[in-house]
Design a protein around this ligand. Structure first.
Ligand code: SAH
Length: 217
C-alpha cells in the first residue's frame, strides 16, 4: 500500500461518515463503503486535513475529486447490488470507482484525460482496488462491454448521451447530472424496455463538464 492508513485516518473517516448522516445520507451500505475507502491516499499528503472534509478538491489536470456527499448521493441513487456490471464515466482520482468496488460491483471506468488515466491505473490496484480501466471518450460508453446493469456519470452532461442509454440493460439505471456549465440536475434514468425510459430528478449539483469528442493525449 502506498502511504499508510492508521487509526487517526480511520477516526477522521468515521467523522466524515457521521457528517454525511447528518446531511441526510441514510444508505448503510454506501456509508460503510465510504467508511472503508482511504480518501486521504487519493490526494497529496500535504492536504491530509482536507481529505475527510465534505468538499471537492483539485487533483491536477484541471480536475477534481468529487465531494463525499455527492459520491454518497450518486452511489445511493445507483442502487448497486453485488456482482452488478457498472460503468463509471469520468474515473478522475478513482475514489468513486473504489467506493463502487467496495459495494461488490464489477466496475468498468473510463477517463479521457491521459494523465489522470495513467496515474489511477497504477494507484488504485496498489491500494487494493481493481476495476477495469479504459482511456477514451465516455460519451460513447464502452459498446464492446455493454450492456451494463448500472451507469454512473461523474461529470456534468449537456444532454443524456444516446450511446449510454443504448448500453443500459432493460431494468438498468443510469445516474447522470444534466444541465449547463453552472448547474446540473441529478437525473436517474431507468430503462423500462427497448424503447421506453423513465426519468426522475433529484436536485441541483455542480460538476466539471462532460466533454464530447476528441480525447486529450
Ligand atoms: N469520479 C471522479 C470525479 C471525476 S471529475 C472521482 O471520484 O474522483 C470528472 C472526470 O470526468 C474528470 O476526470 C474528467 O477528465 C472526466 N471526463 C470529462 N469528460 C469525459 C468524457 N467524455 N469521457 C471520460 N471522462 C470524461
Amino acid at each position: 500500500m502506498t502511504g499508510n492508513d492508521d487509526m487517526r485516518h480511520q477516526g477522521m473517516r468515521k467523522k466524515l461518515v457521521d457528517a454525511l448522516k447528518i446531511k441526510g445520507i441514510k444508505d448503510e451500505k454506501v456509508l460503510a463503503a465510504i467508511g472503508k475507502v482511504p480518501r486521504h491516499l487519493f490526494m497529496d499528503s500535504s492536504f491530509l486535513n482536507f481529505a475527510y472534509k465534505d468538499q471537492a478538491f483539485p487533483i491536477g489536470a484541471g480536475q477534481t475529486i468529487s465531494q463525499p456527499y455527492t459520491v454518497a448521493f450518486q452511489t445511493h441513487l445507483l442502487q448497486v447490488q453485488e456482482n452488478e456490471k457498472v460503468l463509471e464515466v469520468g474515473t478522475g482520482s478513482g475514489y468513486q470507482a473504489a467506493v463502487l468496488v467496495e459495494l461488490g460491483a464489477r466496475v468498468f471506468t473510463i477517463e479521457r484525460q491521459k494523465e489522470l488515466f495513467q496515474k489511477v491505473q497504477y494507484f488504485l490496484p496498489e491500494i487494493g482496488y481493481q476495476p477495469a480501466f479504459f482511456f477514451g471518450d465516455g460519451y460513447e460508453g464502452l459498446p464492446n462491454f455493454a450492456p451494463f446493469d448500472k451507469i454512473l456519470v461523474t461529470a456534468g452532461a449537456s444532454d443524456v448521451p444516446p450511446a449510454l442509454k443504448e448500453q443500459l440493460k432493460i431494468g438498468g439505471r443510469m445516474v447522470i447530472p444534466v444541465g449547463n456549465e453552472t448547474r446540473q440536475e441529478m437525473m436517474v434514468i431507468v430503462r423500462i424496455s427497448d424503447e421506453e425510459f423513465k426519468t426522475e430528478k433529484h436536485g441541483g449539483f455542480v460538476f466539471v463538464p462532460l466533454l464530447k469528442g476528441k480525447v486529450n493525449h
